[in-house]
Design a protein. Structure first.
Length: 465
């Protein structure tokens, strides 16, 4: 992540130079990839889409040459294959237990489920308004005073609700600026251990120098050793994002309203084998198009017969098409390898509940796949997976270490004989080997929709009468 300039793949004006980075393709959602590919097809006659072969066994279109990966699975490994994008109605001959399209969580739903239980009747419309105002990055572009004017409420009421939103997951959501978003993330991370020296100071006052790579200037200003600044810069790059809304969700609520289909699209579907539920999982990774993309062989032959300027001109198109084909394959291969690793590492979570999520970091997965950590981050970005129970979750969820702890908090509260305080929950968790701050318990409790102790106590008293 670059703090100020972030490599944003430009979909419409992609040039060959952009394409040399398979990376930028990896970062696109299926819908974006589809758009980009269609515009490449429209502008390059050397590129074409052909009808895929059909597997004689299961009637699946085969988007890659070779035997059907479902009918002829290679080894005792997850069966991962590239598949045509799902249509609205599943084909009649599709006998698989493909899950019904579920309503995936939007960022708005996710936030409301966290703060909803704590809101009063009067605060609810304020929360709804503020959440709807969040931009695509999950930041709040409007100062509280302005929202207050619009809603005809006191600015303090808006500030209170905004603070509640800012305590939500993903960390940094609802911040009024990039710097604030980063500082909230730093607070959240510092709960799990000490951070490298200078991280907070660099974010608070030296972001521009950081973006320009002026480590020496930062070192001087903060009286730190240059190597310390480099370590802090690395930490910031790897752990913080100025776009908190994007880590979990492709877009903010604004785009969801204009394009609700966006949320219906998973990039991959995890399933169990119909006749072998204990066997390896099946993962369908959706390709951007229903057909097979390739370089048109006749066009290539034709170009070879040309001469001079004409030949140069069309040869460029052939080169570009070859590069597109290659980059597309590479990024799909990476995505399929990621899918396979996730199917193995998080099988229990895929088939079970959030509780079954095992701690897994992007770095760990990167080592396993022998790729750079940033490759995993890109492959995870903007993507969703459909699970056998019909849930559609962001793939980032596979790396959410808080989920199992949240489940433990839920269980503690479910079995409490009297309403426990957050501090008491902290010590119960500590006995189970989980050491988190009281503030984190409060946050997880809110995320699970569990009322604070005082309200739970009042609720019980009410139920007894
Ligand atoms: Zn087949």
């Amino acid at each position: 992540m670059a703090i100020v300039q972030r490599a944003q793949p430009r979909i419409r004006q992609t040039t060959t130079a952009h394409l040399t980075q398979t990376m930028s393709l990896l970062e696109l959602s299926r819908a974006e990839l589809n758009e980009w590919l269609n515009s490449s097809l429209a502008s390059n006659p050397a590129l074409e889409v052909v009808e895929p072969d059909i597997c004689p066994g299961c009637r699946r279109p085969l988007l890659r040459p070779g035997p059907c990966p479902v009918c002829h699975p290679a080894k005792e490994e997850p069966i991962v294959f590239l598949s045509a994008p799902p249509t609205r109605r599943p084909a009649a001959e599709d006998l698989d237990n493909r899950p019904e399209p579920a309503q995936p969580e939007t960022l708005g739903d996710h936030l409301m489920s966290q703060i909803g239980p704590e809101l009063t009747e009067a605060e609810r419309p304020i929360a709804q308004y503020l959440i709807a105002r969040l931009d695509d990055n999950g930041l709040m572009p409007e100062p509280p005073a302005e929202s207050a004017r619009f809603l005809h409420v006191l600015p303090s009421a808006v500030e209170k609700v905004l603070r509640a939103i800012q305590r939500c997951d993903p960390p940094g959501v609802g911040a009024l600026s990039t710097v604030e978003a980063l500082l909230i993330q730093i607070d959240s991370l510092s709960e799990s251990g000490p951070l490298p020296a200078g991280v907070r100071e660099i974010v608070a006052g030296h972001l521009e120098e950081l973006a320009r790579g002026e480590y020496a200037a930062i070192a001087k200003a903060l009286r730190l050793h240059r190597s310390a600044v480099e370590a802090a810069a690395h930490f910031i790059k790897v752990n913080l994002t100025p776009y908190p809304g994007r880590t979990f969700f492709r877009t903010g609520p604004s785009r969801a309203v204009s394009d609700p289909d966006l949320y219906r699209e998973a990039e991959m579907t995890f399933r169990v084998q119909p006749n072998n539920s204990s066997g390896p999982l099946v993962v369908e990774v959706y390709a951007p198009l229903a057909g097979r993309v390739r370089v048109n062989p006749e066009f290539r032959r034709m170009v070879r017969t040309l001469e001079g300027e004409e030949r140069t001109k069309w040869n460029e198109k052939v080169e570009e098409a070859l590069l597109i084909d290659k980059c597309l394959r590479q990024s799909q291969n990476t995505l399929m390898r990621l899918a396979s690793a996730l199917a193995e590492e998080q099988r229990a979570f895929i088939l079970g509940t959030d509780r079954d999520l095992r701690p897994l970091t992007r770095a760990e997965l990167a080592r396993r796949l022998e790729v750079h950590e940033s490759t995993v981050s890109r492959a995870v970005a903007n993507k969703r997976a459909a699970l056998p129970n019909g849930r559609i979750v962001p793939i980032a969820r596979f790396f959410d270490r808080s989920l199992s702890v949240r489940d433990m908090v839920r269980e503690i509260v479910a079995y409490e004989s009297k309403a426990l305080s957050d501090t008491e929950i902290v010590s119960l968790l500590a006995k189970q080997g989980v050491h988190i701050a009281r503030r984190t318990v409060a946050k997880y409790r809110a995320m699970e929709g569990i009322l604070p102790m005082s309200l739970r106590r009042a609720q019980r008293a009410h139920m007894r009468t």
